[in-house]
Design a binder for this molecule. Structure first.
Ligand code: APR
Ligand code: ZN
Ligand code: ZN
Length: 359
């Protein structure tokens, strides 16, 4: 099969590799489409440590071609969306309604997946590896969907959409009539904006220095736009909320400075949510007295607190009924060989999402 592999260099190597024989609980998926997410870049640039070689890609969809003898949840021919955290169904977290923290994740992450031409053995990002024409994954890492939606949209449900919409609906539980700010309007931020719109927020303030992102945000549900390069972002958000701050502030970049901004933008008694993935060695400093006196809730957010087996079908239905707009989140369709250019376009702020399509 062909796969885009992180080798420790700044560019992925797109090459022919030989799949390692799948295990009894594994499925082999023919990939239909895969989104290119900022987290893929974060594994390449050291934001999160990752031992190469590794097949990247963690946002994808496809059809099951082969299922191991112990696989029970899905079968050959099923259309599935990959879940970058597995959902085993019986660990402590799964049993407590927190399958987004499923303990099987650590095990699946390090499974060898393919042998390269030089004999080295590649693992796959989060046990997936959707930057390929084929993927071997644990059955707990895929969720069957029953829909005619195009693969280029379904792929986004695998990470960006679930993370963003889930952050609004599950993590923060945005309420009707509330005020929201979203700092960082890339693929994930746009999904937070849509989640807040679906939840019925009255005011959705999109903060991003790139005009194209602010325009997309407006189209997808933002009511107010803030350019942080045009003046202090916190002051601009406060001015829009009568000096009080917002009910819910989402940080969707992964930078300590903007996490502090989100905390500051939340009103007294409000909620700040860390959706972006900060560097492993970073830290955030907040005022001690404020932590007490402002009585804000500061929430972490892994994968939109999603219970993927419940939420993937739920999000598919929101798209099918026109409430969630994924068509306008796909900015560019590319082939696997163009994956490195997708990272360039992401950093240059040219796209909401690039999607690798195989059809
Ligand atoms: N203030 C506001 N927005 C900013 C700022 C800033 N200071 N700096 C950058 N941005 C914007 C960029 O212009 C871009 O639109 O943040 C956005 C980030 O978007 P993407 O690069 O498309 O990233 P995305 O895939 O949405 O992921 C965002 O979520 O899942 C995590 O690891 C992922 O941490 C990353 C975050
Ligand atoms: Zn992602
Ligand atoms: Zn589990």
């Amino acid at each position: 099969m062909r796969a885009a592999i992180f080798t420790g260099e700044t560019k992925l190597s797109v090459e022919d590799v030989t799949s390692i024989e799948p295990g009894p609980n594994d499925v082999v998926v023919r990939i239909g489409a895969s989104g290119v997410c900022h987290s893929d870049l974060s594994f390449m640039n050291g934001t999160i440590a990752m031992p190469p070689p590794c097949i990247l890609g963690h946002e994808g969809t496809g059809i099951i071609e082969w299922a191991g003898p112990e696989v029970t949840r899905v079968k050959v021919g099923d259309h599935v969306v990959a879940s970058f955290v597995p959902s085993c169904g019986h660990c402590f977290w799964c049993l407590n309604g927190q399958s987004n923290l499923c303990s099987l994740g650590e095990e699946t992450m390090l499974k060898p997946k393919a042998t390269r031409g030089d004999g080295s053995v590649a693992i796959s990002l989060t046990g997936l590896g959707t930057f390929a024409d084929q993927m071997t994954a644990h059955e707990a890492s895929v969720v069957k969907v029953d829909t005619d939606l195009p693969d280029e949209q379904l792929a986004l449900i695998g990470c960006g959409v679930t993370t963003g919409v889930g952050a609004a609906l599950n993590t923060a539980q945005v309420t009707p009539g509330s005020s929201v700010t979203v700092i960082g309007c890339g693929g994930v931020g746009q999904a937070v904006i849509q989640g807040a719109r679906i939840a019925g927020a009255a005011r959705i303030i999109a903060v991003d220095p790139v005009e194209l992102k602010r325009k997309a945000a407006e189209q997808l549900g933002a009511t107010d736009l803030v350019d942080p390069s045009a003046g202090d972002a916190i002051a601009q958000v406060q001015a829009l909320t009568g000096g009080r701050g917002v009910d819910y502030a989402f940080e969707v970049i992964g930078l300590p400075d903007t996490i502090v901004q989100a905390y500051e933008m939340a009103r007294r008694g409000g909620t700040a949510v860390v959706v972006g993935m900060p560097r492993m060695d970073s830290s955030v400093t907040l005022g001690g007295f404020s932590l007490f006196y402002a009585e804000k809730k500061l929430l972490g957010c892994v994968y939109g607190s999603a219970q993927v087996r419940r939420d993937f079908p739920r999000f598919v239905e929101l798209v099918e009924t026109g409430r969630l707009n994924l068509a306008d989140m796909v900015s560019r369709r590319i082939g696997l060989d163009e994956v490195n250019d997708a990272f360039r376009a992401m950093v240059a702020g040219e796209v909401i999402r690039s999607v690798i399509t195989h059809t």
